[in-house]
Ligand binder design. Sequence first.
Ligand SMILES: [Zn+2]
Ligand SMILES: [Zn+2]
Length: 256
Amino acid sequence: MQFTKLLSILLFTSILLVGCSNDDDNTPIETNQSPNKQPLGNAANDLLSDINFKGLTIEIVSVQGFEPTTTAVNTFRNFLEDRLFKPDGITINQRSVSSSNLAPFNIQEISQIETTTRTQFNEGDEITVYVYFADGSNEEDTNTKVTLGTAYLNTSMVIYENTLRNLSNNVNAPMLSTIEAATLNHEFAHLLGLVNIGTTLQSQHEDTASRGHCNVQSCLMEAAIEFGSGMMDMLGNGVPELDTQCIADLQANGGR
Ligand SMILES: [Zn+2]
Ligand SMILES: [Zn+2]
């Protein structure tokens, strides 16, 4: 009786130990990802102000060979530092992954790729944003209209890097770094709630023909940037900036 009891205790202990080591090896650290899975525009104030989050970490995940240029990432960082209150600073982490082989993409596929490649989620007073540089195009592209990027959740966006590179190969095209920076800034400004998607309008400058865009000519938030059309003209003088009305909207929602 005594012996049987001892044996069963030993067995139980060894099972417990096995269970523990399995947990260590296989179970990912529990993170609450739901704050990063909200509709586009929901994190506008959290990204702009320092009320809930003092720092910002951006995770750029690129397919190997489709990484953004250093110039574009620096321009993107400057744009963010001009507009956001983040006293703990803005950190940009970059990593490369292998191809998903899913191109051309719909947004559900991009979202699926995010679930397997995103590693950074909000923690404490640090908010995180995921940017995927894809090795293909959006499946709805046509001969006359291509999509350069899409902001699809409150802290998630995709850049169709292969499309950007094809555009930059055209005669008289803007430099790749200019197209990349314009697309990064434009899509991130959607995360900031522009135009009228989470950040309240301070004046009427919404493009009634294209939701989420600005009707001021050559503003960064003109729809033409996101959809290649007319982009050649727009980027002739470098990366477009936000006009005063877009900046006023951001400032009213806690931004710089
Ligand atoms: Zn847009
Ligand atoms: Zn504008």
